[in-house]
Design a protein around this ligand. Structure first.
Ligand SMILES: [Zn+2]
Length: 306
Protein backbone atom coordinates (compact mmCIF):
# COMPACT_ATOMS: atom_id res chain seq x y z
CA UNK A 1 0.00 0.00 0.00
CA UNK A 2 1.20 3.45 -0.86
CA UNK A 3 0.44 7.09 -0.17
CA UNK A 4 -2.44 8.74 -1.99
CA UNK A 5 -2.09 12.29 -3.31
CA UNK A 6 -5.47 13.96 -3.65
CA UNK A 7 -5.88 17.27 -5.37
CA UNK A 8 -7.96 19.03 -8.03
CA UNK A 9 -7.13 21.65 -10.67
CA UNK A 10 -10.07 23.72 -9.37
CA UNK A 11 -8.04 24.43 -6.22
CA UNK A 12 -5.83 26.64 -8.40
CA UNK A 13 -8.87 28.71 -9.41
CA UNK A 14 -9.43 30.28 -5.99
CA UNK A 15 -7.85 33.70 -6.43
CA UNK A 16 -7.75 36.11 -3.51
CA UNK A 17 -6.83 39.71 -4.41
CA UNK A 18 -3.39 40.41 -5.92
CA UNK A 19 -0.62 40.40 -3.33
CA UNK A 20 -2.45 38.03 -0.97
CA UNK A 21 -0.06 35.44 0.50
CA UNK A 22 -2.52 32.53 0.08
CA UNK A 23 -2.16 32.47 -3.70
CA UNK A 24 -2.55 29.80 -6.42
CA UNK A 25 1.23 29.67 -6.92
CA UNK A 26 1.48 27.90 -3.55
CA UNK A 27 -0.38 24.88 -4.85
CA UNK A 28 1.57 24.96 -8.14
CA UNK A 29 4.80 24.81 -6.12
CA UNK A 30 3.45 21.88 -4.06
CA UNK A 31 2.34 19.89 -7.11
CA UNK A 32 5.62 20.58 -8.94
CA UNK A 33 7.51 19.39 -5.87
CA UNK A 34 5.64 16.09 -5.96
CA UNK A 35 5.98 15.50 -9.70
CA UNK A 36 9.50 14.01 -9.81
CA UNK A 37 10.58 10.35 -10.04
CA UNK A 38 10.89 10.14 -6.27
CA UNK A 39 7.12 10.45 -6.10
CA UNK A 40 6.08 8.13 -8.93
CA UNK A 41 4.69 5.64 -6.38
CA UNK A 42 1.99 8.09 -5.24
CA UNK A 43 -1.58 7.03 -5.96
CA UNK A 44 -2.88 10.18 -7.65
CA UNK A 45 -6.59 10.95 -7.26
CA UNK A 46 -8.85 13.86 -8.13
CA UNK A 47 -10.79 15.32 -5.25
CA UNK A 48 -14.59 15.08 -5.47
CA UNK A 49 -16.78 17.94 -4.24
CA UNK A 50 -17.76 17.71 -0.60
CA UNK A 51 -21.49 17.13 -0.24
CA UNK A 52 -23.58 19.56 1.74
CA UNK A 53 -24.29 16.87 4.32
CA UNK A 54 -20.56 16.33 4.93
CA UNK A 55 -19.95 20.08 5.40
CA UNK A 56 -23.01 20.37 7.64
CA UNK A 57 -21.50 17.97 10.20
CA UNK A 58 -19.13 20.84 11.05
CA UNK A 59 -20.72 24.04 9.72
CA UNK A 60 -24.18 25.55 10.06
CA UNK A 61 -26.31 25.12 6.93
CA UNK A 62 -27.08 28.82 6.80
CA UNK A 63 -23.36 29.64 7.10
CA UNK A 64 -22.56 27.31 4.20
CA UNK A 65 -25.27 28.92 2.08
CA UNK A 66 -24.24 32.46 3.02
CA UNK A 67 -20.53 31.98 2.45
CA UNK A 68 -21.12 30.48 -1.00
CA UNK A 69 -23.57 33.28 -1.82
CA UNK A 70 -20.87 35.88 -1.15
CA UNK A 71 -18.65 34.53 -3.91
CA UNK A 72 -18.70 37.06 -6.75
CA UNK A 73 -19.34 36.29 -10.43
CA UNK A 74 -16.27 38.28 -11.38
CA UNK A 75 -13.33 39.97 -9.70
CA UNK A 76 -12.98 39.25 -6.01
CA UNK A 77 -14.60 40.04 -2.69
CA UNK A 78 -13.36 40.07 0.89
CA UNK A 79 -15.72 38.05 3.09
CA UNK A 80 -13.83 39.01 6.25
CA UNK A 81 -10.65 40.95 7.04
CA UNK A 82 -8.19 38.32 5.72
CA UNK A 83 -10.24 36.08 3.49
CA UNK A 84 -10.72 36.96 -0.18
CA UNK A 85 -12.86 35.00 -2.63
CA UNK A 86 -13.17 34.90 -6.43
CA UNK A 87 -15.46 33.13 -8.91
CA UNK A 88 -13.34 29.97 -8.66
CA UNK A 89 -13.57 29.82 -4.88
CA UNK A 90 -16.79 27.81 -4.69
CA UNK A 91 -15.36 24.90 -6.65
CA UNK A 92 -11.98 25.10 -4.90
CA UNK A 93 -13.49 25.14 -1.41
CA UNK A 94 -15.85 22.23 -2.14
CA UNK A 95 -12.98 20.17 -3.65
CA UNK A 96 -10.65 21.02 -0.75
CA UNK A 97 -13.07 19.64 1.82
CA UNK A 98 -14.03 16.79 -0.51
CA UNK A 99 -10.37 15.77 -0.82
CA UNK A 100 -10.10 15.03 2.90
CA UNK A 101 -13.36 13.08 2.86
CA UNK A 102 -12.11 11.04 -0.13
CA UNK A 103 -8.73 10.50 1.54
CA UNK A 104 -10.47 8.95 4.55
CA UNK A 105 -12.43 6.61 2.27
CA UNK A 106 -9.27 5.52 0.38
CA UNK A 107 -7.38 4.77 3.59
CA UNK A 108 -10.33 2.96 5.20
CA UNK A 109 -10.82 0.88 2.02
CA UNK A 110 -7.16 -0.14 2.13
CA UNK A 111 -6.42 1.45 -1.25
CA UNK A 112 -3.77 3.65 0.39
CA UNK A 113 -1.89 3.35 3.65
CA UNK A 114 -2.02 7.10 4.16
CA UNK A 115 -2.88 10.19 2.11
CA UNK A 116 -1.88 13.80 1.53
CA UNK A 117 -4.42 16.35 0.29
CA UNK A 118 -2.78 19.10 -1.78
CA UNK A 119 -5.60 21.61 -1.67
CA UNK A 120 -6.51 25.22 -1.01
CA UNK A 121 -8.16 27.22 0.45
CA UNK A 122 -6.82 25.93 3.77
CA UNK A 123 -9.22 25.15 6.61
CA UNK A 124 -8.06 25.11 10.22
CA UNK A 125 -9.15 28.68 11.10
CA UNK A 126 -12.71 28.21 9.79
CA UNK A 127 -15.18 27.99 12.64
CA UNK A 128 -18.65 26.46 12.57
CA UNK A 129 -20.26 29.73 11.49
CA UNK A 130 -17.35 31.97 10.58
CA UNK A 131 -14.79 32.20 7.76
CA UNK A 132 -11.41 33.28 9.10
CA UNK A 133 -7.74 33.50 8.22
CA UNK A 134 -7.92 32.48 4.51
CA UNK A 135 -10.25 29.56 5.43
CA UNK A 136 -13.91 28.97 4.42
CA UNK A 137 -14.58 25.37 5.39
CA UNK A 138 -12.63 23.42 7.99
CA UNK A 139 -11.42 20.70 5.63
CA UNK A 140 -9.80 18.53 8.29
CA UNK A 141 -12.74 18.74 10.68
CA UNK A 142 -15.08 17.77 7.84
CA UNK A 143 -12.82 14.76 7.13
CA UNK A 144 -12.71 13.77 10.80
CA UNK A 145 -16.49 14.03 11.13
CA UNK A 146 -16.83 11.88 8.00
CA UNK A 147 -14.48 9.24 9.45
CA UNK A 148 -16.87 8.96 12.35
CA UNK A 149 -20.17 9.11 10.53
CA UNK A 150 -19.28 6.96 7.53
CA UNK A 151 -16.79 4.51 9.01
CA UNK A 152 -17.86 4.22 12.62
CA UNK A 153 -14.51 5.36 13.98
CA UNK A 154 -14.62 6.85 17.43
CA UNK A 155 -11.21 7.96 18.70
CA UNK A 156 -9.78 10.44 16.23
CA UNK A 157 -6.67 12.56 16.67
CA UNK A 158 -5.66 15.71 14.82
CA UNK A 159 -2.04 16.86 14.96
CA UNK A 160 -1.62 20.46 13.74
CA UNK A 161 1.93 21.72 13.21
CA UNK A 162 0.98 24.85 11.26
CA UNK A 163 2.62 27.94 12.78
CA UNK A 164 -0.83 29.30 13.64
CA UNK A 165 -3.25 27.83 16.16
CA UNK A 166 -6.13 25.96 14.53
CA UNK A 167 -8.89 27.78 16.40
CA UNK A 168 -11.59 26.40 14.11
CA UNK A 169 -10.56 22.80 14.63
CA UNK A 170 -10.28 23.26 18.37
CA UNK A 171 -13.73 24.83 18.43
CA UNK A 172 -15.24 22.05 16.30
CA UNK A 173 -14.09 19.23 18.54
CA UNK A 174 -12.69 20.67 21.75
CA UNK A 175 -15.60 19.52 23.88
CA UNK A 176 -15.58 15.96 22.53
CA UNK A 177 -13.67 13.52 24.75
CA UNK A 178 -13.22 11.06 21.87
CA UNK A 179 -11.35 13.61 19.80
CA UNK A 180 -7.79 14.65 20.54
CA UNK A 181 -6.54 17.93 19.06
CA UNK A 182 -2.84 18.70 19.51
CA UNK A 183 -1.29 21.87 18.11
CA UNK A 184 2.22 23.28 18.08
CA UNK A 185 2.07 26.94 17.10
CA UNK A 186 3.75 30.27 17.61
CA UNK A 187 2.41 32.46 20.41
CA UNK A 188 1.88 35.34 20.31
CA UNK A 189 0.64 35.19 16.72
CA UNK A 190 -2.65 35.26 14.78
CA UNK A 191 -5.36 34.27 15.70
CA UNK A 192 -4.34 34.72 19.35
CA UNK A 193 -5.99 31.51 20.60
CA UNK A 194 -4.26 28.34 21.83
CA UNK A 195 -2.57 29.91 24.82
CA UNK A 196 -4.07 27.48 27.34
CA UNK A 197 -1.71 24.53 27.29
CA UNK A 198 -4.27 21.85 27.97
CA UNK A 199 -8.03 21.49 28.28
CA UNK A 200 -9.57 18.03 28.24
CA UNK A 201 -8.56 16.46 24.97
CA UNK A 202 -7.11 19.66 23.56
CA UNK A 203 -3.34 19.94 23.83
CA UNK A 204 -1.98 23.36 22.91
CA UNK A 205 1.79 23.68 22.79
CA UNK A 206 2.53 27.37 22.19
CA UNK A 207 6.11 28.10 21.13
CA UNK A 208 7.85 31.44 21.39
CA UNK A 209 8.92 33.34 18.26
CA UNK A 210 12.36 32.05 17.27
CA UNK A 211 11.77 28.72 19.05
CA UNK A 212 13.60 26.61 16.44
CA UNK A 213 14.01 22.87 15.92
CA UNK A 214 15.06 21.90 19.42
CA UNK A 215 12.01 23.42 21.14
CA UNK A 216 9.65 22.02 18.48
CA UNK A 217 11.06 18.51 18.76
CA UNK A 218 11.05 18.68 22.55
CA UNK A 219 7.35 19.59 22.52
CA UNK A 220 6.66 16.57 20.32
CA UNK A 221 8.86 14.10 22.20
CA UNK A 222 8.06 15.13 25.75
CA UNK A 223 4.37 16.00 25.48
CA UNK A 224 2.59 15.57 22.16
CA UNK A 225 3.65 12.05 21.21
CA UNK A 226 3.19 10.53 24.70
CA UNK A 227 -0.27 12.13 24.96
CA UNK A 228 -1.18 10.94 21.46
CA UNK A 229 -0.11 7.42 22.35
CA UNK A 230 -2.10 7.48 25.59
CA UNK A 231 -5.18 8.61 23.66
CA UNK A 232 -4.96 5.43 21.52
CA UNK A 233 -6.26 6.91 18.25
CA UNK A 234 -8.07 4.87 15.63
CA UNK A 235 -7.20 7.40 12.93
CA UNK A 236 -4.77 10.36 12.84
CA UNK A 237 -5.15 13.53 10.80
CA UNK A 238 -2.38 16.06 10.24
CA UNK A 239 -3.06 19.76 9.63
CA UNK A 240 0.13 20.20 7.64
CA UNK A 241 1.03 23.87 7.51
CA UNK A 242 4.60 24.67 6.60
CA UNK A 243 4.66 28.31 7.72
CA UNK A 244 6.73 27.33 10.76
CA UNK A 245 9.67 27.13 8.34
CA UNK A 246 12.49 29.61 9.00
CA UNK A 247 12.02 31.18 5.52
CA UNK A 248 8.29 31.81 5.92
CA UNK A 249 7.23 35.47 5.94
CA UNK A 250 4.18 35.02 8.22
CA UNK A 251 5.78 33.41 11.29
CA UNK A 252 9.10 33.17 13.12
CA UNK A 253 9.32 29.60 14.45
CA UNK A 254 12.51 28.88 12.48
CA UNK A 255 11.98 25.22 11.66
CA UNK A 256 13.80 23.43 8.83
CA UNK A 257 12.63 21.00 6.15
CA UNK A 258 14.08 18.16 8.25
CA UNK A 259 11.82 19.02 11.18
CA UNK A 260 8.73 18.40 9.05
CA UNK A 261 10.15 15.06 7.87
CA UNK A 262 10.94 14.11 11.47
CA UNK A 263 7.52 15.09 12.87
CA UNK A 264 5.81 13.19 10.04
CA UNK A 265 7.95 10.08 10.64
CA UNK A 266 7.11 10.16 14.34
CA UNK A 267 3.36 10.51 13.78
CA UNK A 268 3.34 7.84 11.06
CA UNK A 269 5.36 5.44 13.22
CA UNK A 270 2.88 5.90 16.06
CA UNK A 271 0.01 5.35 13.62
CA UNK A 272 1.75 2.17 12.44
CA UNK A 273 1.77 0.87 15.99
CA UNK A 274 -1.69 1.98 17.01
CA UNK A 275 -4.01 2.28 14.02
CA UNK A 276 -2.68 0.38 11.00
CA UNK A 277 -0.79 3.41 9.78
CA UNK A 278 -3.97 5.37 9.05
CA UNK A 279 -2.90 8.99 8.54
CA UNK A 280 -4.56 11.66 6.40
CA UNK A 281 -2.71 14.94 6.05
CA UNK A 282 -3.95 18.12 4.45
CA UNK A 283 -2.19 21.30 3.40
CA UNK A 284 -2.80 24.33 5.58
CA UNK A 285 -0.31 27.26 5.46
CA UNK A 286 3.17 27.80 4.03
CA UNK A 287 3.81 31.03 2.13
CA UNK A 288 7.45 31.00 0.99
CA UNK A 289 7.34 28.97 -2.22
CA UNK A 290 10.85 27.39 -2.23
CA UNK A 291 10.68 26.28 1.41
CA UNK A 292 7.06 25.18 0.98
CA UNK A 293 8.11 22.93 -1.92
CA UNK A 294 11.01 21.41 0.02
CA UNK A 295 8.94 20.94 3.17
CA UNK A 296 6.12 19.19 1.29
CA UNK A 297 8.68 16.90 -0.32
CA UNK A 298 10.04 16.06 3.14
CA UNK A 299 6.53 15.49 4.55
CA UNK A 300 5.17 13.34 1.72
CA UNK A 301 8.50 11.50 1.42
CA UNK A 302 8.16 10.48 5.07
CA UNK A 303 4.56 9.34 4.48
CA UNK A 304 5.69 7.20 1.52
CA UNK A 305 8.42 5.61 3.63
CA UNK A 306 6.09 4.89 6.56
ZN1 LIG B 1 -0.56 29.10 9.33
Amino acid sequence: MTTALITHPACLGHEPPPGHPERPERLKAVLDALSGDAFCALLRKKAPRARLGALARVHGRSYIKNVLAQIPLEGFAMIERDTGVSPGTREAALRAAGAVVHAVDLVMAGEARNAFCAVRPPGHHAEANRAMGFCLFNNIAVGAAHARAAHGLRRIAIVDFDAHHGNGTEQAFGADPDLFYASTHQSPLYPGTGKNPCEGHVLNLPLEPGAGSAAFRRAFLEVLLPRLRAFAPEFIFISAGFDAHRDDPLAQLKLDDADFAWATEEVCALAGEMCRGRVVSTLEGGYDLPSLARSVRAHVGAMLDA
